[in-house]
Design a protein around this ligand. Sequence first.
Ligand code: SAH
Length: 250
Amino acid sequence: MARYDFRTYRLFVPETLAPGARLALDRKQANYLVNVLRMGDGQALLVFNGRDGEWRATLACEGRKSHSLVVGERERAQPAPSGLDYLFAPLKQARLDYMVEKAVEMGAGRIRPVLTQHGQVGRINRDRLAAHVVEAAEQCGILSLATVDEPRPLTALLEAWPEEEPGRRIVFCDEGHPGDDPVAILAALPPSPLAVLVGPEGGFSEAEQERLRALPFVTPLPLGPRILRADTAAVAALALVQAILGDWAR
Ligand code: SAH
């Protein structure tokens, strides 16, 4: 698959994109392009809105406080949204921001916080996480924006799962099976929509682990002999899933 343009800066814009469209930049966007990225009049960048693909655009500096983008041609079509869900017990702010950004870079399409018995964080700032989703997408040229759900208790999620998510399998990062081979476990799975589930820093409770291991739509996945921090486990598990079953393999 041809690599896409990594040299040119990217900016998320909410507006509809079409050839010749002129998009007025707000103060924050203008400051980012002109003062942070030091872009000048006529300089090219890439814009996307999460719906219409990726378009080339040029910066028009009409005055000290007035800047806009003039949209040119479409560079890449809008890809199908990622079908990979990422379920996780929210961590404290900085690690949570990092983990969400990594999940987006690894191709998660739906960010789903779950509340577990040992989880330390009960609430999340969805707008803040959504902003990190956009930032990760701008930095990595991802055109489909992952959605961020409200937190939901794990027990309620599992109860509703067969009805709400028929056919979607949960790959549950389970530190209780250190000796098993994660590659063989994933390679043996039949094709299906997937979700990856990672626990809190305090781990899943015994009851949660037993419940998860017993569910027919859950596959426990060991991640080697060492206990990983939750954000490390997230990247490791998503890498395995994408490499063996996901879009790294195709
Ligand atoms: N405090 C727990 C570990 C929690 S690590 C303990 O000491 O046992 C946070 C989460 O990362 C876990 O709930 C699990 O989902 C995942 N994880 C960490 N290490 C793992 C491993 N070796 N195998 C599978 N999952 C792991």
